[in-house]
Design a protein around this ligand. Structure first.
Ligand code: GUN
Length: 298
């Protein structure tokens, strides 16, 4: 048996297109397209690539984007000031501060400065609290992408056992809560978990999200399980030539493909879904802010 390949790139393209359609109809009511502001501090190469992709996909969908860039030595007060200006800008619907921030800046303080109604990353205390309480709100994008692909692949998730490996604020914790909202039975595993391979083998849906290349081996995966690989790790690939690298997930794809039921590739799995969910959140935020209804199922 060979696992079904879950094509996150294709699903993300459908969501981008739908966000563009809904955004265009909102634009008629608002007099402008929904607008995402992305804040990038410093010159971290990976962050620059992520931000470029976010801006490119936003504009390709027909939405507006604003990019705010400041040097790595920008002060925390300056960054918070930029966020406050975006809060006050009636032409901005969503604000995303790209993480990580330089060490001298307290990321929590910057995130807390974001108006929760524009918190398209779902990272403020208000957004996180609403998720815990089961209230409507903007949800973190990567975990939303995981749940979206799981539902698309497996249908109803009621009663499925989900093991999330990793307890980060950005992915692990919110992913667990979002799967719980779908009536799944959820376990969060982490670096102190005993016998992680045995626990992972109990999962109908396994979500590695720790940033450790190829950590999840073939015998960690129950036959037929769905593996949603959140990891994006660059490793040396001498087999491709001297100095070459390649991207791999937290799961050892080649070892798992033979007996999983379905698996997301890296790249082309969860990664593109994160941006699709960001566009959807931007359009949702715009609709809420201008009091417009959203179409059923968006
Ligand atoms: N850096 C890596 N992933 C993310 C994300 O989802 N949001 C933000 N703001 N920064 C990130």
């Amino acid at each position: 048996m060979s696992a079904e390949l879950i094509d996150g790139k294709a699903v993300a393209a459908e969501i981008d297109a739908r966000a563009g359609e809904v955004g265009a109809s909102l634009a008629k009511a608002m007099g402008r397209a929904p607008c995402l502001a992305v804040v990038l501090i410093g010159e971290d190469p990976a962050s620059q690539v992520y931000v470029r992709n976010k801006v490119r996909r936003t504009e390709a969908a027909g939405l507006r984007s604003i990019e705010i860039r400041r040097p790595a030595n920008a002060s925390q007060a300056d960054v918070i000031d930029e966020v406050r200006k975006l809060n006050d800008d009636a032409g901005v619907d969503g604000i995303l501060v790209q993480l990580p921030l330089p060490d001298h800046i307290d990321a929590n303080a910057v995130i807390e400065a974001i108006d929760p109604s524009k918190d398209v990353d779902g990272l403020t205390e208000a957004s996180a609290g609403r998720l815990v309480l089961g209230k409507t709100g903007l949800r973190p994008c990567t975990p939303e992408g995981c749940v979206y692909l799981a539902k698309k692949t497996l249908g109803d998730l009621t009663g499925k056992s989900v093991v999330v490996i990793g307890r980060s604020i950005l992915v692990g914790k919110p992913a667990a809560l979002l799967f719980l909202e779908q009536n799944a039975t959820v376990t969060i595993a982490h670096s102190r978990t005993h016998d992680l391979p045995a626990l992972a083998r109990t999962a109908d849906i396994l979500v590695p999200a720790v940033g450790r290349p190829l950590m999840v081996k073939g015998d960690w995966v129950k036959p037929g399980a769905c593996v949603l690989d959140v990891g994006i790790n660059r490793i040396d690939a001498p087999e491709r030539g001297e100095g070459k690298t390649r991207l791999v997930g937290d799961a050892d794809f080649d070892a798992i493909i033979g007996h999983a039921g379905s698996i997301t590739p890296v790249p082309g799995g969860i990664g593109p879904m994160t941006i699709a969910m960001l566009l959807r959140n931007t359009v949702r935020a715009a609709a809420l802010r201008c009091g417009q209804p959203l179409p059923e199922g968006f």
